[in-house]
Design a protein around this ligand. Structure first.
Ligand code: IDC
Length: 448
């Protein structure tokens, strides 16, 4: 009996701690949007404007009435109102704008025009179709993502921090690391610029068979290694995650160069075993009739090689048809599943609901999905931007808290290249240096 009481007491304590924690979390978010602060003296609460213009008197401040003497008198003397555009909350002459309001133990958010927002993320908080805050994610860009999140892990279908909080990687992919149009953008200042936009991940695209590829006889492999190692070093100095991408493409089937892949991943997993910010992408885009069985057999060879040196780095596995079949992978996953994710790549002007359904189905079957390459152009890397399609992808990716990486950090004359062709800067790009595709992603990186 005594023990039962003690357990009950603990459950109560935990419930209280949990409630207090949640409430504090949101009200902190709310306070930030208010130009002023509540203060208290012996007579009660008063409100001081932060612009130095004095104190509130005889007015409504965030739903509270401050009386003629300048002291708080009452709260929530207001009501919900609705018109064609939506709901808002009116208290006296005041209504909430750009802020959170607690009402009947629930939290609601009001946009710049005062209307309640529904069905979306507001920073790291999600409001449902009734406008009620229902869930929280930890994606606010930290100053040092790797310090904040540590060694990533996969839990269920989610990518999480070392402590188990869901995270969303937002990345930029280099162009072919040795290609003229992008090579010089692999430098510390460039990565700093990307980081200042909210990017937390860099992907190093190591082509295998194309011009300058790692598996070609006519290439100076030590030069490629130098670029990879510099890239990893810059990202690491800045607290960014980095994906080492074995960028198969023309070679179609990852087994074409499996012996080089074995050496490559043995070498790098050993070199970076002590790092907590490396992800390995073991085959960019199987294509040309390569089946999932082919890819799985390859993955079941390469993953154990990486695991010999590094038992927990996140490993990304490409899927058939240019990484558009995560659902096939989900039906027959790799042997060693720990911290493995399956890859999907989208080019929004060409790929739509079929690919999104494949991702959703894969996740339903328990397979974690990572979008290690995407753009808002056509799959050729060129062509028009369809903003409607691009926004559908953005919503899907955010709603599912998927990680994504933009293709690519180059100034080639193609619309997916982030930098204008005439621009020869290799860091410090401003909006006028960027192509429309990059502006779309830059805005996205900066949200939350
Ligand atoms: C493209 C480059 C293009 C280059 C070509 C080489 O943008 O300049 O000539 O590779 O084959 C992918 C690939 C990625 C492609 C990109 C755009 O992973 O290598 O880059 N893309 O076509 N998958 C879908 C699109």
């Amino acid at each position: 009996m005594k023990q039962k009481k003690r357990i009950m007491a603990w459950v109560m304590v935990l419930m209280i701690v949990f409630t207090v924690y949640q409430v504090r979390d949101v009200s902190e978010a709310a306070t930030k949007s208010v130009a002023g602060a509540w203060k208290k003296d012996s007579k009660g609460w008063y409100y001081k404007f932060s612009d130095g213009s004095g104190y509130a008197k005889d007015e409504w401040i965030r739903g509270s009435y401050v009386n003629k003497k300048g002291y708080w008198e009452k709260k929530w003397d207001g009501e919900w109102k609705q018109n064609k555009k939506g709901w808002w909350f009116q208290a006296g002459t005041w209504y909430p704008k750009n802020e959170w309001i607690q009402y009947n133990r629930k939290y609601y958010y009001f946009g710049a025009d005062g209307y309640m927002l529904t069905d979306q993320w507001i920073g790291k908080y999600y409001v449902d179709k009734n406008g009620v805050w229902t869930k929280t994610r930890s994606t606010t860009a930290p100053d040092n993502p790797v310090k904040a999140w540590g060694a990533l892990q996969v839990k269920g279908t989610d990518l999480c921090s070392s402590t188990g909080a869901k995270v969303q990687l937002k990345g930029v992919s280099t162009f072919g690391i040795i290609w003229d149009e992008g090579r010089d953008n692999i430098n510390l200042e460039a990565f700093k610029t990307l980081k200042s936009w909210g990017v937390n991940t860099i992907r190093l695209a190591v082509y295998t068979e194309e011009y300058g590829g790692y598996c070609r006889n006519d290439v100076d492999r030590s030069r490629l290694d130098g670029i990879i190692e510099n890239g990893v070093s810059y990202a690491t100095q800045l607290g960014l995650y980095v994906i080492i991408d074995w960028h198969i493409l023309n070679d179609n089937n990852p087994n074409t160069h499996i012996s080089e892949a074995k050496q490559f991943f043995a070498k790098y997993s050993k070199k970076y075993a002590g790092y907590n910010n490396i992800l390995y992408e073991i085959c960019n885009e199987p294509n040309g009739g390569t089946s999932w069985a082919d890819v799985k057999s390859y993955a079941d060879t390469i993953i154990p090689i990486i695991r010999q040196n590094d038992d927990d780095a996140v490993i990304l596995v490409g899927t058939p048809t240019w990484s558009q079949k995560p659902d096939e992978a989900a039906k027959n996953p790799v042997n060693q599943k720990k911290n493995v994710m399956y890859v999907a790549h989208f080019y929004a002007s060409e790929h739509g609901s079929d690919l999104r359904n494949a991702i959703t189905n894969a996740r339903k079957m328990g397979a974690p999905v990572f979008i290690s390459e995407c753009s808002v152009t056509r799959a050729s890397g060129d062509g028009e931007i369809n903003y409607t399609a691009a926004n559908e992808w953005k919503k899907f990716v955010n709603d599912n808290n998927l990680s994504f990486v933009e293709w690519s950090l180059s100034n080639k004359a193609e619309t997916s290249a982030m930098i204008k062709s005439g621009c020869s800067k290799h860091s410090g790009w401003t909006d006028s240096d960027l192509k429309d595709s990059a502006l779309f992603f830059k805005k996205w990186f900066g949200e939350n």
